[in-house]
Design a binder for this molecule. Structure first.
Ligand SMILES: Nc1nc2c(ncn2[C@@H]2O[C@H](COP(=O)(O)OP(=O)(O)O)[C@@H](O)[C@H]2O)c(=O)[nH]1
Ligand SMILES: [Mg+2]
Length: 252
């Protein structure tokens, strides 16, 4: 089994991508299954095989501990780690080739508290990777782009597994897509664009962060997709397969 975690800012398209990636694998005759790790989700665009809400009940946490919605969400996310054996048993029972894991809506609850990294590290799987979603609708300026790349890098540090960077909602952003893709391949074009938008402290902070990130190859290979039209899914599947299958070769 290979595990694909889907992370990204709230509303970036994690749940919709989970559903579309599942459809994509299933159509191509691979055995995929979905694990929902979001205890607070009410509606999701798929039927999941394994659901953390069967083990962590966010509404009863609110009542039992007299917490408001935010406090209960924090507690519910923290409790995920204590349910790893139950989750692992269910995963083993389903035993798919690809386990697609939809992560909590608020990324900080998953990535910056201990439960998320614990689960990523300890769920038993031949190979693991994380898809980080850059929300196309949020990247309105080059400074925003760098700040989301900084977040992507920070999440990579926390989860400590290989990451595939993906840009979502390409169907909504029109000609901006061309600019964004150019920024990912040419540091000088991105610095020029930052210079047109920002000055003073913002300019120097952004360009310094960018240089640090670029050192680690931050946005190389950003894969543009639309969860609505399906554009880019072939490229995404190719990138996943290179990571997940390379691991298998190393193991042999
Ligand atoms: N147009 C468009 N809408 C999208 C795309 N991906 C997600 N959405 C929409 O964005 C909203 C948030 O998506 P969701 O998958 O729930 O985000 P999550 O919070 O990261 O799980 C929903 O209304 C989705 O239908 C996309 O690629 N294109
Ligand atoms: Mg979601």
């Amino acid at each position: 089994m290979k595990t694909i975690f889907i992370s990204g800012t709230a509303g970036a398209g994690k749940s919709l991508l989970t559903s579309k990636l599942y459809d994509y694998y299933t159509k191509n005759r691979a055995f995929a299954a979905i694990l929902n790790l979001d205890p607070g989700v009410e509606n999701m665009p798929y039927t999941c095989d394994i659901d953390v809400r069967d083990y962590v009940d966010y509404v009863s946490i609110m009542q039992k501990y007299d917490l408001g919605p935010n406090g209960a969400l924090v507690m519910a996310n923290d409790l995920i780690a204590s349910k790893i054996d139950e989750i692992q048993n269910e995963v083993n029972r389903v035993n798919p080739d690809y386990l697609i894991v939809d992560t909590p809506g608020q990324i900080e609850l998953f990535a910056y508290r201990s439960s998320g990294p614990f689960l990523v590290e300890n769920i038993s799987s031949e190979e693991k990777t994380n898809i980080f979603l850059f929300d196309g609708a949020l990247i309105t300026t080059p400074v925003n782009f760098v700040s989301i790349a900084l977040l992507a890098t920070s999440i990579k540090l926390r989860l400590n597994i290989s990451t595939v960077n993906v840009l979502t909602k390409t169907d909504l952003i029109g000609t901006k897509l061309k600019d964004i893709l150019q920024w990912t391949t040419s540091l000088s074009k991105l610095e020029d664009a930052i210079g047109k938008e920002a000055d003073g402290e913002t300019y120097s902070l952004t360009t310094n962060i960018l240089r640090g990130l670029n050192f680690g190859g931050f946005a190389q290979g950003l894969i543009p997709i639309s969860n609505v039209t399906g554009d880019g899914f072939v490229n995404l599947e190719g990138a996943l397969s290179r990571i997940l299958n390379l691991g298998e070769e190393i193991e042999d």
